[in-house]
Design a protein around this ligand. Structure first.
Ligand SMILES: Cc1ncc(C[n+]2csc(CCOP(=O)(O)OP(=O)(O)O)c2C)c(N)n1
Ligand SMILES: [Mg+2]
Length: 1023
């Protein structure tokens, strides 16, 4: 389907005498005009009846010009403004224009056409019409731009032509104009740059220039941006006549890049025709597009580009943008090669990469990394942003001038995946902004087999970007120069405004979804057209040959040169005997590992602190470290009670966390805590940011007043997004091992809206990509009678994904047991029952010479529980994290008398303890707390069970039987005791929901399972 695109071409060409001449006065510079403080004048003219809506803008501009220089406007306006300012009543300020005097004799014939109009009202109306016509192109010109290389689809899914875009002369009627107006000259408003040096143009030329700017191979969508300077900037980039002139050298570079992009895919196709590679055919200009963005950004001072992208063209990007050695890519196609590294690895089109090299265009160093990602489309977006933010943070790049992110998208995924929106919403938040991301959409107008009309409700796949006022440049990907131009503008936009921008490369997909896929089943007509479509490289080469920018011989030589490079790399790839996933690391941590990628040692120093350090941190935590700062009365009481606790050498949960963060900061470790309402803490226990009660927005973070040489502490309330923010923090933690990065869920159950980050990145990240990560998840958890939500952080899900074998007792030397288990595990899952253990586990996270994700189920009622406190003695040098807290009461003194050992974890311990006391069973029942659920403390559980030979074994949990920990611990406990005894269950029965919504039922369930736990006959009948 072709729309009627232009009318200028059908209109009479301009004659020399009609070309534009400037009016007698130069227009004041745009910036001066646009920055005028008075945007709404209040002079009496405002009351004129014909001044409505858009017309008032036009008159306003003229009025401002008249104020500056009365001669700068037409005589009739001069008289009008004089009369109006003198107080003429509305409707009477207008007088017919005086006859042209001799001083105006130098005006051109064209001007006199306008000036000679007998009716000034008509003159005003026509000018207003032209002004709104210009505005119509700026707003809606992209709807008729020629964006689809195939010419069969409308990029906006709408074949209608806006009625205010002039596609035939009769459409001039919409504006009250007709063909006879085409040669009249109209003064141009300051909101357009189509005039270049001219301030007025004949209507015919105005339309022609608007079509050139907005309706060719580039469709610019930007008029929704509510910042005038930004709009003016874009208008200038696309409207200025003459456009971007490419030098011969630039054209040849562009062609060379097209050749690499195209021939790379052809090479893979020749060698491995039946292998999936998600080729770029149909969107080959993606490679020059990315290279242009990188060149331009490097020119503007960027040294480090972090990229994220899906499957489409990924190998090509690795080869031709990141410049991964070709042999490393090719050997991934060799199915016989064995993997050298531990872990299960990943398919080649998911792997990441990191490369530092010289940018040949700018001759500057540049580091490029492509972040490894799962199949889950768009999931990598927040991860890239987090990594980018971290890299900016560590190099002190506070405004994103040195480090930037580039995100690539598919059209269907960009429109369909909510994470795109969530990530956009991080883009301008102080603790999450990366100061502008360049987004590139490989818009092949199809998603797998689904037509865009079935895949989105928005006109373009890119509309989501409008929420953050990002300009969107749609471009026909079969026009490499147009592509290169919008990419230059996009990079400049980012460098100028430090905001997001989108390049929508409208292209097609020459093959099926992958190389084995038949597209004709579902898109027969589209693919018939595609089969006839000449490739973009060929088209561009022919254009350059024809215009003499390159000879055919040079073109063929360039092709032969690149083919040879591929062939030679292919030959070398055959020498590779083994696959190294390590070569595909996107975030190396120099110096953290040994040269062959191992942890430098097997042990960690004690996680304890000296008495002085504990007291000092405690003092900071209980004081306001700045002068004249008024805190809330309730907070004063909190700080006072903290002070008392410190004097008594005790800590509660908040202080345990404080001690861990504070000490790490003092040791130079950056700590970053992010999540919803983390600054105060959802449960109002943390208070890491103090707010002056008398001065708006005056805050203080005592943690940053610890020591002059400390590392900075970042604590930030996040947007209400789990998927986006957890992904972001994971990315932040990827950049350096020397930071404790924590994400806290408001309540643990909300993590499931970030499930993809947990399932695809955190749990298997090291196995897939040999990439360690020490992110900490704080997940408030516990059955407090609050109903099905807000209760369970779903421990069963995390435990089910642990990689330790339930049926095998690990063969590890006793002295290495704890550490080796951690090295082998995919993540650590803990449910901690006291503040000292929280303190240790957080410090251990950093002091160990390797990194593992740490999942902590954190308490709610224990935050203020009088028994859930720890003594300084439990945190002094020599103390450490307790994987299991053994019974320490009377039962431990006479173990032979103990009839039952109850194993449990977390908060239920306090309920069990109270019940045991009530029942007076301290001598007969031992209670043992498993604090580190995974890796399972087989060794400690073993000695604990052996200590009580006459006791039966019970696992007690407050969660329902099919949830919580039971399914995880039971087989491991059975393995530990060589299955000589049963492991009984005391807890809630199986259920669909995590908790009852009825408080009474909740309490009844609690008393029932406590009863089971202490009824020594409870399991007799089952034996
Ligand atoms: C979250 C998610 N859902 C579904 C899929 C399966 N899938 C793989 S590619 C694809 C189509 C993607 O279309 P588009 O984003 O336009 O990219 P293209 O393949 O056209 O480049 C789908 C649905 C996936 N990978 N991720
Ligand atoms: Mg697509």
């Amino acid at each position: 389907m072709h729309r009627l695109r232009t009318c200028a071409s059908r209109l009479r060409p301009l004659t020399a005498s009609q070309t534009v001449q400037s009016l007698s006065q130069q227009r004041p510079a745009v910036i001066n005009r646009t920055l005028q403080p008075i945007r709404r004048y209040t002079a009496p003219v405002a009351a004129e009846p014909f001044l409505n809506g858009t017309s008032s803008n036009y008159v306003e501009e003229m009025y401002l010009a008249w104020l500056e220089d009365p001669k700068s406007v037409h005589k009739s306006w001069d008289v009008f403004f004089r009369n109006a300012n003198a107080g003429a009543p509305p409707g009477t300020a207008h007088q017919s224009p005086p006859p042209l005097g001799t001083s105006l004799a130098s005006l051109t014939q064209a001007q006199s056409l306008v000036g000679a109009q007998p009716n000034v009202e008509k003159l005003v109306e026509d000018h207003l019409a032209v002004q709104s016509l210009i505005r119509a192109y700026q707003i809606r010109g992209h709807h008729v731009a020629q964006l689809d290389p195939l010419g069969i689809m409308d990029a906006d899914l709408d074949s209608s032509v806006p009625s205010d875009i002039i596609t035939s002369t009769d459409k001039l009627g919409f504006y009250g104009l007709d063909e006879s107006d085409l040669d009249k000259v109209f003064r141009l408003p300051t909101t357009t740059f189509i005039g270049g040096e001219e301030s007025a143009l004949p209507l015919r030329e105005i339309i022609r220039r608007l079509e050139m700017a907005y309706c060719q191979h580039i469709g610019v969508e930007f008029m929704f941006i509510n910042d005038l300077d930004q709009c003016q900037w874009i208008r200038e980039k696309f409207e200025r006549p003459g456009g971007r002139h490419f030098t011969i050298e630039e054209k040849r570079t562009l062609l060379a890049r097209m050749i690499r992009s195209t021939r790379f895919e052809e090479f893979l196709q020749r060698k491995w025709s039946s292998e999936k590679r998600f080729g770029l055919e149909g969107c080959e200009s993606l490679i020059p597009a990315l290279k242009t963005i990188i060149d331009k950004s490097s020119e503007n001072g960027v040294e480090n580009v972090i990229m994220g992208m899906p499957h489409r063209g990924r190998l090509n990007v690795l080869a031709n943008v990141i410049r991964k050695e070709l042999e490393q890519i090719f050997c991934q196609f060799d199915s016989k090669l064995e993997a050298a590294d531990e872990g299960s690895g990943d398919v080649k089109y998911h792997l990441g990469m990191y490369h530092r090299r010289i940018n040949r265009v700018t001759d500057r160093n540049i580091t490029l990394s492509l972040v490894a990602n799962p199949s889950h489309l768009e999931a990598v977006n927040p991860v890239v942003q987090g990594k980018c933010k971290a890299e900016q943070f560590y190099c002190g790049d506070t405004d994103g001038k040195r480090v930037m992110s580039v995100l690539l998208h598919g059209d269907a995924a960009f429109a369909g995946q909510g994470i795109v929106y969530e990530t956009f919403h991080l883009s301008d938040l102080p603790s999450y902004t990366t100061h502008g991301t360049v987004h590139v959409v490989a818009n092949n107008q199809i998603g797998f087999t689904t037509d865009p009309r079935m895949a989105r409700s928005s006109p373009y796949p890119t509309d989501v970007a409008r929420v953050v006022n990002a300009p969107i440049f749609h471009v026909n990907a079969d026009d490499p120069e147009a592509v290169a131009y919008v990419c230059e503008v996009a990079a400049e936009w980012r460098a100028t405004f430090h905001k997001d921008v989108v390049v929508d490369l409208v292209c097609y997909r020459r093959n099926g979804h992958n190389e084995m896929d038949e597209p004709m089943f579902t898109q027969p007509l589209m693919y018939k057209t595609i089969k006839k479509q000449k490739g973009v490289m060929l088209k561009y080469a022919e254009k350059l040959i024809e215009e003499g920018s390159v000879t055919r011989q040079e073109y063929e030589e360039e092709i032969a040169k690149y083919d040879k490079i591929c062939e030679e790399a292919h030959a070398r790839s055959k020498d590779e005997k083994i696959l190294h996933i390590k070569h595909w690391l996107d975030s190396p941590w120099p110096g953290f590992f040994t040269l062959d990628g191992q942890s430098k040692s097997m042990s960690a120093p004690s996680t304890g602190l000296t008495e002085e350090e504990l007291s000092h941190i405690g003092q900071v935590a209980s004081s306001v470290p700045v002068e004249d700062f008024t805190i809330h009365g309730g907070l004063s009481r909190v700080l006072k009670s903290r002070g008392e606790m410190i004097r008594n050498r005790t800590v509660d949960w908040a202080l345990g966390e404080y001690m861990a963060f504070g000490s790490l900061l003092k040791e130079g470790i950056h700590v970053r805590l992010s999540g919803q309402d983390v600054e105060r803490g959802t449960f109002s226990h943390r208070h890491h940011v103090l707010h002056d009660q008398n001065v708006d927005k005056r805050t203080c973070i005592p943690m940053n007043h610890m020591d002059p040489n400390q590392a900075p502490y970042t604590v930030c309330n996040s947007s209400l997004s789990e998927y986006g923010v957890l992904g972001f923090e994971l990315g932040f933690a990827m950049a350096s091992p020397n930071a404790l990065v924590l994400w806290e869920a408001q309540f643990g159950d909300f993590h499931n809206t970030a499930q993809c980050i947990i399932d695809q990145f955190i749990c298997p990240g090291q196995a897939k990509w040999v990439r360690q990560n020490g992110i900490v998840l704080l997940l408030p958890h516990g059955m407090e009678g609050m109903g099905p939500e807000h209760s369970s952080a779903r421990p069963e899900r995390f435990l089910q994904m642990c990689n330790d074998d339930p049926d095998v007792y690990p063969k590890i030397k006793p002295e290495d047991f704890a550490v080796q288990q951690l090295i082998d595990c995919n993540w650590i899952v803990v449910n901690i029952s006291n503040p000292a253990n929280l303190f240790h586990v957080l410090r251990r996270q950093i002091l160990y010479p390797f990194r593992k994700p740490l999942i902590i189920f954190t308490p709610k009622s224990l935050l203020r529980h009088p028994e859930a406190k720890s003594n300084f003695d439990e945190m002094l040098p020599g103390t450490h994290f307790q994987r299991l807290i053994s019974e320490a009461g009377p039962a431990a003194d006479n173990p032979a008398d103990v009839k039952r050992i109850v194993f449990c974890t977390g908060k239920v311990y306090y309920e069990l303890n109270r019940e045991r006391k009530t029942r007076g069973m301290e001598n007969t029942v031992a209670i043992s707390r498993i604090e580190q659920l995974s890796p399972f403390p087989f060794d400690l559980v073993k000695s604990e069970t052996e200590k009580y030979p006459n006791a039966d074994i019970v696992w007690c949990q407050e969660e329902h039987k099919n949830q919580g920990y039971y399914d995880y611990v039971k087989p491991r406990m059975r393995t530990t005791i060589a299955r000589i005894k049963p492991v009984w269950y005391a807890g809630r029965g199986s259920a669909a929901a995590p908790a009852t919504g009825n408080k009474k039922a909740h309490l009844l369930e609690l008393s029932r399972f406590l009863n089971t736990a202490f009824d020594l006959d409870a399991f007799k009948e089952h034996e």
